[in-house]
Every structure is written in structure tokens, then in C-alpha cells.
Design a binder for this molecule. Structure first.
Ligand SMILES: CSCCC(=O)C(=O)COP(=O)(O)O
Ligand SMILES: [Mg+2]
Length: 226
């Protein structure tokens, strides 16, 4: 019996276009000034030392800024980048400059599943802080209360089955009692390997059906059977 639905954000509940054309450019444009304005902030200090550890050398603020901008261009799903992006997006969401689009079918089904008593969780590469902001400021209003919990890559890499076992444990359900929805084929394979029921979302504007993919591929949340 299914108890919970675990859901990816980009390419699943929301178009990739919003992340690539709005969220990423917004963080890239603000990174220089944000770092300068907040250089003494404890969280920023921690992010800088994480980057220095990754790069294995001392870095000036300008170098840190350039590395972060390169990582945005390369779409690196890496904790220090995701953490600072979350801090920058906070300003954008709170000032009303960013508003998250939610696919109509996803919105309908999330409400329906919640109403029926299924627990809903998010698992995204975006930091938990960013995920909470995202769902607090959507075009459908504040959806934060729909969710029972949020997971990011601090729980583990989204392409490794171990991460899904950890999430199941934290949710307090068996993997086979959880449905995972994502557009990413490697994430789908990892969740299935952990024992979760999976569906790969193929949003026409974002992705294509993969021939002989061993798991169900769907265009909309309407096709999910719990
Ligand atoms: C509010 S989450 C921002 C999206 C993001 O930073 C990202 O990398 C999306 O990855 P996902 O795992 O949701 O596909
Ligand atoms: Mg995704």
C-alpha cells in the first residue's frame, strides 16, 4: 500500500525553463554583490571554506565568485552553490521578483493526494531552504503546507540508491510504500533499485521518451496510479 509520494522539482512539478531562465540567471547576476555585502556572514564564511576545500587552495572573494558562476553555467548540483543560491533567491522570492510556476496537473494531483491522506515529500538538488521558498511563492499561492518534509543532496546524491533508502527510513515507510516522481532517468533507476515505485515524467517541453526504458514514463501526474 502506498503511503507517500516523493517528488523532484525541476522538470517534474515545474518547467526546467523557470530554473534555467529565471532562477539561475538571477543568482548569477547577484553573486558578486551578494558575496561582498555578506562576506562576514557566518553561513557565507562556511560556504567559502567549503569551496576552498573543493578547490584545495585559498581563494579571494573574486575567485570564489567566478567559481560559483562557472558552476551555475555547468549546472553543478553541489552543496555550497545550492546553499548560496538559496540565500540569493530568498531576496528574489520575498521581493516578489520570482514566482514559481507549477504544472496544472501537478497542482491538481498534489491537492487530491494530500486530501486523500498521502504524505507528500520533495527531493531536489536545490537546498531545503530554496525548496521551501519555491513552494511558498508559487503562481498557485503558498503550497508549503502540502508537504510533510523536504530532502536535498545533504541526504545523498540523487543518482544513488542509498539516498532513497535513507529517505524511506527518515519518512518512516518501506521503500515499496513510496512513489518517486522525477524527469531524470538516473534518479528513477536509483529509486527503483532501492525498491520504490517510480514514474519518469516526460514533459514535452523538457524531455523525450527513452526507448526501452525499464520503468513507466508519463506526460502528466494524472497518469500516476497510487
Ligand atoms: C528551488 S529548487 C531549485 C532548482 C535547483 O537548484 C535544481 O538544481 C533543480 O534540481 P532538481 O533536483 O529539482 O531537478
Ligand atoms: Mg529534475
Amino acid at each position: 500500500m502506498i503511503k507517500a509520494v516523493l517528488i523532484d522539482i525541476e522538470g517534474t512539478v515545474s518547467p526546467i525553463r523557470f530554473v534555467k531562465e529565471f532562477l539561475f540567471p538571477y543568482s548569477k547576476e547577484r553573486i558578486d554583490s551578494f558575496l561582498k555585502e555578506n562576506a562576514s556572514n557566518e553561513k557565507i564564511q562556511k560556504i567559502i571554506s567549503q569551496i576552498q576545500k573543493i578547490e584545495k587552495k585559498e581563494l579571494s572573494l573574486e575567485e570564489v565568485s567566478q567559481i560559483l558562476k562557472n558552476w551555475i553555467d555547468e549546472d553543478r548540483k553541489i552543496a555550497p552553490l545550492k546553499d548560496i543560491q538559496g540565500m540569493i533567491w530568498k531576496e528574489g522570492f520575498e521581493k516578489g521578483k520570482l514566482k514559481a510556476p507549477i504544472y496544472e496537473d501537478a497542482y491538481r494531483k498534489l491537492l487530491q493526494w494530500k486530501e486523500k491522506g498521502y504524505r507528500l515529500y520533495i527531493y531536489s538538488s536545490g537546498s531545503v531552504q530554496a525548496q521551501k521558498l519555491f513552494f511558498s511563492y508559487t503562481e498557485k499561492g503558498n503550497l508549503l503546507n502540502l508537504f510533510s518534509g523536504f530532502f536535498d543532496t545533504k541526504t545523498g546524491n540523487k543518482k544513488e540508491s542509498q539516498s532513497y533508502l535513507k529517505i524511506a527510513q527518515q519518512i518512516g515507510a518501506k521503500p515499496e510504500e513510496i512513489v518517486f516522481l522525477s524527469d531524470n532517468p538516473d534518479e528513477i533507476k536509483a529509486a527503483a533499485k532501492a525498491g520504490m515505485k517510480v514514474y519518469r515524467l516526460v514533459r514535452p517541453e523538457d524531455a523525450q521518451f527513452i526507448e526501452n526504458f525499464p520503468y513507466p514514463q508519463i506526460k502528466s501526474f494524472e497518469e500516476v496510479e497510487l
